[in-house]
Ligand binder design. Structure first.
Ligand code: MOS
Length: 777
């Protein structure tokens, strides 16, 4: 299945990217965004850093926050989706008679009557592409995965639609399909690619180092498929008005979704409006899938607004999750622990319809220095629904393998695993040689060890309380700072001195609107109640994804740009009679509801006064964020030290996580309350990754067997121990507000911290996730 042309094209792209990267690396700091630090980094007495409660909290508690499946529209029909129950083949016969005759049914849509639609453009193939599956949507009789939507029923009520769907009958001519990872690998693999870069590299001679070093480990780890289980099911409410399409979605990327839906239906971008004011959990899964397209198509056919909310089973059938991986980590170390070789290779399962791999080799690119380094991620093709982003794609399971292997090496060397890691703390980016923007992994470790009581850790298998064997483990968490291109914001200053900031960003429950209200208040020198942060509408400026833990940086940079425009306009409007007359943008700041000279705040004029002087109702500016060159000029990564104490029942093999501490180095923390919740949420998801989450896949049928929260286990309240969270709070001088993202890092390192603690408790090493009790008996 090796595709030479595809690989060659990727190599050409990669060479161009490398040349660009080199130029950016060599440019002077001042040419680069973040080259002059954001003045808010130094702000100590404002709202930034205060534990403000979520501004949308009361709305949510009262049930007054309207989610995608709650938008009321007159005359709306309810949709239900039928899924294929074969992997591959053609639909040979469809019997819709009983469904069409069922009570309340208005429409049965199959490939025989669906409107003409193009495929959704694949994510990253175009700036605003949002699709995950490179296939025609209900345009032909072909089936490509077990669970593919093959019909949509519209009815007056959800129950009527669901009942009618159960009456549909399909027959298939099936074809051979690849349903096992073993078979997929035997068919041959390709090198995985991410953003045009092949995930394969070797510097130095790792084989030689592994053959000669006094200490080595060379170990394989495996991780299973996982599925997305946000509390809010994927849903949309859609309506056509002539040729314009309105979509109320649960989305992490409204602008991308609007543009992509326009491509699907042959419309101008402006003819599609997507809003998503509240999202009940995203984690990478709330992007553009087939359900939004099918809802819009069925609405078009029926001439009625449509609500489509996937069932929990539906989420497993049509929303991708995390793909299966097999990983190898080999390390060669000198007697003092210094790494001579670091190798991370392996294979990830992908779908032929989207080769996006679970990029588990990402951590090894940046976390440690080593005399030689090799990584190689191969992809093998399984006939399934494509995988997608799932909280820290790559790092979540990659850090399980890497950080378990380091623990195994530490045991072999009889060295403290923290000291072994710190021994190999790099001075510059191990891959690119770029300087770090800010990095204090050591402080995260030292502070964490002190607070957790790491020094009390006993030898493996030495600590017991009755039936319970007790152990402690530690692992490094890591996630990069990203900032995607396309950020922009509109700022409207009104005559009463209040500001409205609009940006097509997303609130998935992490506290975005709260934290940015705090930031904007400080940047403009306004009280919190004078700031209105509006987001979640594709008609607003900005192409921003609530993904990659980069939305805060993206919004921050957009707001800085808009603010710069605003100050320039205000200085013009202020004219010659103002106390701030003659000052330049660099000399003034937002203080006390107006502009003031930074080193002489007595020269101050309020926003309201400046606008009144020119008899204006408001002042509107739009700012565009510069391209994110800072990510190439500096090496920008967050880290954390994850500490875990487990009890393992010697009789039953049951594992209980008793205590957990995450100690993070993520730049400045904007709101300690919402941030702590983000970190905790990630750690809880990591607890599921370590001990519970596993998509059961029937390889004969190519079908997910446990598409339900009854049989796909995630941590519940009783599984979650006390989780302590601390941070270094050292600002990153090159990130907006000094803050790097925090949304994804919480899950990273957790799998290894728990596995390492289990080893410390029992002396048993489990290298296959999830660590269920059968593996410990
Ligand atoms: Mo994140 S997995 O990009 O929502």
């Amino acid at each position: 299945m090796t595709n030479i042309i595809k690989e060659a094209k990727n190599t050409v792209q990669a060479v161009a990217q490398m040349a660009m990267m080199k130029a950016v690396q060599l440019a002077p700091d001042s040419f680069i965004p973040g080259g002059r630090s954001d003045p808010l980094i130094r702000e100590q007495h404002g709202n930034i850093g205060k534990p403000l409660s979520r501004l949308d909290g009361p709305l949510k508690v009262r049930g007054a926050a309207t989610f995608a499946a709650e938008f009321p529209i007159d005359g709306m029909l309810y949709a239900s989706v039928a899924f294929s129950n074969v992997v591959k083949g053609r639909i040979s016969r469809i019997d819709v008679a009983a469904a069409e005759a069922a009570a309340g049914v208005t429409l049965v849509m199959t490939h025989l009557n669906a409107p003409k639609m193009a495929s959704t453009p694949l994510l990253n193939s175009k700036p605003k592409a949002a699709g995950n599956i490179d296939l025609p949507i209900m345009q032909d009789d072909r089936v490509h995965w077990n669970g593919q939507p093959i019909a949509v029923v519209l009815a007056q009520t959800q129950e009527q639609a669901d009942h009618a769907t159960s009456l549909l009958r399909f027959e298939y001519d099936t074809e051979a399909a690849v349903t096992t990872f073993v078979e997929a690998k035997a068919n041959g693999t390709d090198t995985g690619v991410m953003r045009g870069m092949p995930l394969k590299m070797e510097s130095g001679d790792t084989d030689k180092a592994l053959a000669t070093a006094p200490y080595t480990v060379d170990i394989s780890y495996t991780t299973p498929r996982q599925n997305h289980n946000a509390i809010e099911l994927h849903a949309c409410t859609v309506a056509w008005d002539g040729d314009t399409l309105r979509v109320h979605d649960a989305s992490q990327l409204v602008a991308h979704t609007a543009w992509s839906l326009a491509q699907v239906f042959g419309l101008e971008e402006e003819q599609v409006r997507v809003t998503s004011p509240f999202v009940g959990g995203g984690f990478g899964g709330k992007c553009l899938w087939w359900h939004q397209v099918l809802a819009a198509a069925a609405s078009k056919l029926s001439g009625r607004p449509v609500r489509l909310m996937l069932s929990r089973e539906g989420v497993y059938r049509v929303i991708g999750g995390r793909g299966q991986t097999e990983q190898r980590v080999a390390i060669a170390a000198q007697a003092d622990g210094t790494f001579d070789a670091l190798v991370h290779t392996g294979t990830a399962a992908v779908s032929p319809q989207n080769p996006m791999p679970e990029p588990f080799i990402l951590p090894v690119m940046s976390v440690y220095s080593s005399g030689s380094l090799k990584f190689d991620l191969q992809i093998a093709y399984v006939d399934t629904l494509p995988n997608t982003f799932m909280r820290a794609p790559g790092e979540a399971v990659g850090s399980f393998a890497l950080e378990s292997a380091i623990d195994e090496l530490a045991v072999k060397m009889d060295m403290d695993p923290i000291e072994l890691r710190l021994k190999n703390e790099p001075e510059k980016d191990p891959l690119t040689g770029a300087p770090f923007s800010q990095r204090d992994t050591e402080k995260a470790y030292r502070d964490g060890a002190e607070r957790f009581g790491w020094s009390a850790r006993a030898a493996p298998g030495a600590r017991r309380e009755g039936e319970w064997q007790i152990g402690m483990g530690v692992a490094t968490a890591t996630y990069p700072y990203y900032r995607e291109p396309g950020g922009a914001a509109r700022m409207t200053l009104s005559h009463d001195g209040a500001v409205t900031v609009e940006i097509a960003a997303h609130e998935m429950g992490m506290g975005t609107m709260t934290a940015h209200t705090q930031v904007i208040a400080d940047r403009l020198g306004l009280a919190l109640d004078k700031v209105h942060f509006q987001y979640g509408d594709s008609f607003q400026p900005g192409v921003v994804r609530g993904a990659g833990a980069q939305q805060t940086a993206s919004i921050g940079a957009s707001v800085i740009a808009a603010h710069r425009e605003l100050v320039a306009e205000l200085l013009k409007l202020a004219g010659n009679d103002s106390p701030i007359a003659g000052l330049t943008a660099d000399e003034v700041g937002g203080i006390d509801g107006g502009l003031a000279k930074l080193d002489d705040p007595s020269r101050h004029e309020s926003y309201a006064s400046i606008l009144a002087r020119t008899q204006r109702d408001d002042l509107v500016v739009v700012g565009t964020a510069p391209p994110p060159l800072e990510t190439q000029h500096w090496s920008m990564h967050s880290h954390g030290a994850m500490f875990c104490e487990v009890g393992v029942n010697a009789v039953t093999g049951e594992v209980r996580v008793r205590r957990f501490l995450g100690s993070f180095d993520c730049g400045r923390i904007l709101n300690p309350k919402t941030a702590a919740s983000q970190f905790r949420g990630g750690i809880i998801m990591g607890l599921g990754l370590a001990l519970m989450e596993e998509t059961q896949f029937d390889e004969r049928l190519g079908r997910i067997m446990n598409p339900t929260l009854a049989e796909y286990h995630v941590p519940v309240h009783m599984d979650v121990p006390e989780i302590d969270v601390i941070w270094t709070d050292i600002p990153d001088p090159h990130a907006p507000m000094g803050a790097r993202g925090i949304g994804e890092i919480g899950i990273t390192g957790v799998g290894a911290a728990i596995a390492n603690a289990i080893f410390n408790a029992t002396g048993r090493r489990v290298r296959d996730l999830p660590i269920t009790l059968d593996k410990l008996l």
